[in-house]
Design a protein around this ligand. Structure first.
Ligand SMILES: Cc1cc2nc3c(=O)[nH]c(=O)nc-3n(C[C@H](O)[C@H](O)[C@H](O)COP(=O)(O)O)c2cc1C
Length: 418
């Protein structure tokens, strides 16, 4: 049940409250996209182009949105996406988010660039914990981090592959919010204009251990967020190949998820390397601008891997109806990034729980309208999206007849055995 004390009926309300609370530079770092923000806008409009198909006079008095994901029962088809700056939304924001996720019975992904150590998260917010990995050119550092995550008890490794170079975010340069963080007249004034954030977030860090650090970086790279990391070249990500993924598969004994896949060919390669799952994602429109929306490429990708791996998606999910659309189009669950960050900025754990609660209520309402008792019943007949017709097997049905045609076509197509 969303928290009645937080005046937010939906995620956009939470976004506006977060905007008031957090300094502009930090808010824009979270909220905005890259370059001309074409991908960011399109992530939303792509969801809006897809329409729901209601089904009536079905007894839906007993509904559940629980699913089984990687052998575990989770209470909603949502996981919290990795986001490096949760610790700037709230004092120890990652912990707040992880606790909210554990209480809601959904997975939480801790980002490599977090400000809370993975061991602290595992000890204080035990739940379904995933660790997100940005690989470094010095593979030994990355492999040591993977081993650390295994020892800490994380049950899935999420390898992000779409951060080959940083996204071009010009507004961050303009407002001075860069990493490493540097002091300028503009951002000092920005912080002073947000006294509540200054005292309750920055002030609490200063009173305890000083400015936050990247607590999961290896000792030689661990630094306060104001300091340029020693050997910046060590953080570059542009020499990685599929062989690195294969090596991670050899080292990581649990669930392996590849995040940032946007084509069937790459999905099949990830499968071939032994990944259990992919996240169809354009990083929330933060990296390569002008990519297609993940929700638009999802059906073709889901068709290409079929039941052989678990398909997740993210980027632009703001409503329960978006979750339902993604599930109908082939995702097993979705990740949310900004929505729960807004919630965390508004009121820490309670705010993150509020965001999750909004999704829970909206998904439940959608399922009722669509005549679904469980999310397993969400299939392509429940959505209308003729623009996503690809003519390929499993393509979206415009009518039941189309579906029959595709079903027949399906039998004739051979997929490579991998
Ligand atoms: C502020 C911010 C920081 C992020 N940091 C990371 C990160 O460290 N690693 C990663 O794989 N993805 C990161 N992401 C991308 C998210 O994991 C996710 O793909 C994206 O937020 C989904 O889009 P949405 O925000 O529209 O839900 C970040 C996203 C945001 C908004």
């Amino acid at each position: 049940m969303p928290d009645k004390k937080i005046a937010a009926y939906n995620i956009e309300d939470l976004r506006r409250l977060a905007q008031i609370r957090v300094p502009k530079g930090i808010f824009e770092f979270v909220d905005r996209g890259s370059e001309d923000e074409v991908a960011l806008r399109n992530n939303r409009s792509a969801f809006e182009r897809i329409k729901m198909v209601p089904n009536t006079l079905i007894d839906v008095s007993k509904r559940t949105q629980a699913i089984n994901l990687f052998g575990h029962d989770i209470k909603m088809p949502i996981a919290i996406a990795p986001t490096g700056v949760a610790g700037l939304m709230w004092y120890q924001g990652e912990l707040a988010l992880a606790k909210a996720a554990a209480a809601a019975g959904i997975p939480f992904t801790l980002a490599t660039g977090s400000m809370t150590a993975m061991e602290t998260i595992a000890a204080e917010a035990p739940g379904r914990l995933w660790f997100q990995l940005y690989m470094w050119p010095d593979r030994s550092l990355s492999h040591a981090l993977v081993e650390r995550a295994r020892v800490a008890g994380f049950e899935a490794l999420v390898v992000t592959v779409d951060g080959v170079v940083p996204g071009n975010r010009e507004y961050n340069l303009r407002n001075g919010f860069t990493m490493p963080f540097s002091y300028s007249r503009r951002n000092i004034v920005d912080v002073l204009r947000h006294p509540r954030w200054m005292f309750s977030v920055l002030g609490r860090y200063m009173a305890n251990d000083g400015l936050p650090r990247y607590e999961n970086y290896p000792t030689e790279l661990k630094n306060r967020i104001t300091a340029a990391p020693v050997g910046r070249g060590m953080l570059r990500n542009d020499s990685l190949t599929w062989e690195d993924l294969r090596e991670l598969r050899r080292r990581w004994p649990h669930t392996l998820i590849v995040k940032g896949i946007m084509t069937p060919a790459d999905a099949l390669r990830a499968l071939e390397c032994g990944a259990d799952s992919i996240v169809v994602s354009n990083h929330g429109g933060r990296n390569l601008d002008s990519t297609r929306a993940p929700i638009d490429v999802l059906p073709t990708i889901a068709d290409s891997v079929r039941e052989r791996m678990t398909v997740l998606m993210d980027s632009g999910v703001r409503r329960g109806s978006d979750v339902v659309k993604a599930l109908a189009l082939g995702a097993k669950a979705v990740l949310v990034g900004r929505p729960t960050l807004y919630g965390t900025a508004v009121n820490g754990e309670a705010g993150a729980a509020h965001a999750i609660g909004i999704f829970r209520e909206e998904i439940d309402r959608m399922m009722a309208h669509m005549g679904c008792r469980s999310v397993a019943e969400l299939d392509r007949q429940r959505v209308w999206a003729p623009h996503l017709q690809s003519g390929r097997p499993g393509a979206l049905p415009g009518t039941v007849f189309d579906e029959l045609v595709h079903h027949v076509a399906d039998q004739a197509v051979e997929y490579p055995e991998i």
